[in-house]
Design a protein around this ligand. Sequence first.
Ligand SMILES: Nc1nc2c(ncn2[C@@H]2O[C@H](COP(=O)(O)OP(=O)(O)OP(=O)(O)O)[C@@H](O)[C@H]2O)c(=O)[nH]1
Ligand SMILES: Nc1nc2c(ncn2[C@@H]2O[C@H](COP(=O)(O)OP(=O)(O)OP(=O)(O)O)[C@@H](O)[C@H]2O)c(=O)[nH]1
Length: 489
Amino acid sequence: MKPVVALVGRPNVGKSTLFNRITKSRQALVDDMPGVTRDRQYADTQWEDKAFTLVDTGGFLSVDDDYFAAQIKAQLLRAVEQADVLVFILDGRTGLSPYDRDLADLLRRTEKPVFYLINKVESLYSQENELGEFYSLGVDRLYKISAEHGLGVGDFLSDLVAMLPDAPAESGEQEEDDDNGPIRIAIIGRPNVGKSSLANRLFGEQRVVVNDKAGTTRDAIELSVNRNGREFILKDTAGIRRKGKVLDKLEKFSILKALDSMDGCDVALILIDCSEGITDQDITIAGYAEKRGCGAIFLLNKWDLVDKSEKGQQAFIKELRQKAKFLAFAPAVTISAKTGQRCHKIFGEVEKVYKQYCHRINTGMVNRIIEDAVYRDEPSLHKGRRLKFFYAAQVAVKPPTFVCFVNYPDAVHFSYKRYLVNQLRQMIPLNLTPVKLYFREKTGKIEFSGNTKEFRRIQEKKKKVMTKRDKQRKEQSRKKRERDHKNVL
Ligand SMILES: Nc1nc2c(ncn2[C@@H]2O[C@H](COP(=O)(O)OP(=O)(O)OP(=O)(O)O)[C@@H](O)[C@H]2O)c(=O)[nH]1
Ligand SMILES: Nc1nc2c(ncn2[C@@H]2O[C@H](COP(=O)(O)OP(=O)(O)OP(=O)(O)O)[C@@H](O)[C@H]2O)c(=O)[nH]1
C-alpha cells in the first residue's frame, strides 16, 4: 500500500489546481465556482522516486445547501481518517477565515502530520505582510505556493516525501496491456439513472455523493477495488446530457470529461433506468460507448421498481436489443443498485467481457477462419473481377482488431465485412466484445505466414468444396491456355 496524502481546505482555495499540478493531469475539475469538488479524487503519483496516493477532498463547506455540507463534511472526515499525511491549503488572497480555524482544530485532533500551504502567493514580497495572520494558527512552518504557476510546489513536495515511508514506486504500475492487469471501468448513463448508487454499491463504501437531484455527479472520479485477485479501476462519470440541453459551462465540461473518461476504459457499464423505460438519450449514450470501441455491458437498473416477471424482463431486453442493435455483443443484466439485487454479478460479467476484449489468436487460426469463410460464401465480383483474399492477421487487442489483405479493399461490401466479423466472433469466440476488421490492399500471390500444414489443409478443403462455377472457370482458363499455346506454336 502506498502512503496516502490528502489535500484539505475550504472551497476554492485551489485544492484541485494543486492536485492537477502534482499529478500532472487535468483529472480534477477546476472552476471559479466554490464547492466544485464534491467527490474525492484519487491519483497515484510520485516525487523523487517516492510513490504515494494523492486524494483531493471535497471543499470543507458548501455554498449549495445543508445537505451537501453534511455529506461533504462526512467525506472529508473519512478522507482524513484514511490519510497518512494531511496537506492543509489556505488562500493567501482572501486571508484566514473562521472556517480555516475550525478545520485546523479538527486536523490537530487527528495527531497526523499536517503541512500548511498558503496558496495563490504569486509575488512573495507584496503579500508578505498579509500572510502574518496565518501564523496565528500556531504553525511552525508555512509553505508559500502558487498552485497555478507551480511556485514553491517542488520545495513542499521534497519535504513531504522526506517524511513518507518508503513504498516501491513500481507497485500498482502493472503492464496495462497484460490481461491480468487492472480492468478500467466507466459507469455511464443519463442523469439520475443511479451511477453514484452503483459506484457506492460496488465499492461498499460511501465515497460518492448521492443525491435525488439530477446532475449531482459533476466530475469524473477514479476508484480502485480488488475482487478475486483482480484490480478494477472504476470510473464514475457525470451524467451525459443531451447535447442541445447543456445548461452551463460546468455541465458542458462534465460531459466532455465523461466522454474523456471512457477513452482509457476497457468496459463501460451503461446504466438505464428501467422505471423510465429505454429513452432515446440512453441509446445515444450507448452510441458513445460503441464509438469508443470499448467493451460494454447494459445494466438495467432500478429493477426493483418494475415488473419483475420473467416475461417482463424478456420484453425489456428485447426492446433494448431492437433499439441498440449496434451493441448486440454487450451483455445485459437487470439490477438494482439500491437493493443490491444481482450487483454481485457485475464484476464477473466485466471479467468475461474483458477476457475477450484482450483476446489474441495466432495468425494461422485467423487465416483459417477467413479462408474458410471466403470459400463458404464467396464475395461478389468487383467490376467483373474477383475479390481476392491473400492474408489475414490480428494486429491489436482492446478490442481485437484484424486486417485482411485483399486486391480491392474498397470493393468489400459492408454486408460481406459483417459476415466475416460474425465468422470471427463465432469461431474464436468473440461474442462479447467489439471486433474491428480492416481491409488493406495487397497484390501478388497468396501468402500465408501461418503454419504451412494449415495452409495445405485449407487447400485440400478448397478442392473439396470447389463450386461448379469454380470448376467451369478453371476449365475455361485451361482451354484458353491451350489455345494460346497453339497460337504461339
Ligand atoms: N491566482 C491564483 N489562483 C489560483 C491558484 N490556484 C488556484 N487558483 C484559482 O482558484 C480557483 C479555485 O481553484 P480550485 O482548484 O478549483 O479550488 P478547490 O479548492 O479545489 O475548490 P473546491 O472544488 O470548491 O473545493 C480557480 O479559479 C483557480 O484558478 C494560484 O496559485 N493562484
Ligand atoms: N428504486 C431504486 N432507486 C434507485 C436505484 N438506484 C438509484 N436509485 C435512486 O435514484 C436516484 C439517483 O441516483 P444516483 O446514484 O444519484 O444517480 P446518478 O446517475 O449518479 O445521478 P446524477 O449524478 O444526477 O447523474 C437516487 O434517489 C437513488 O436512490 C435502484 O436500483 N432502485
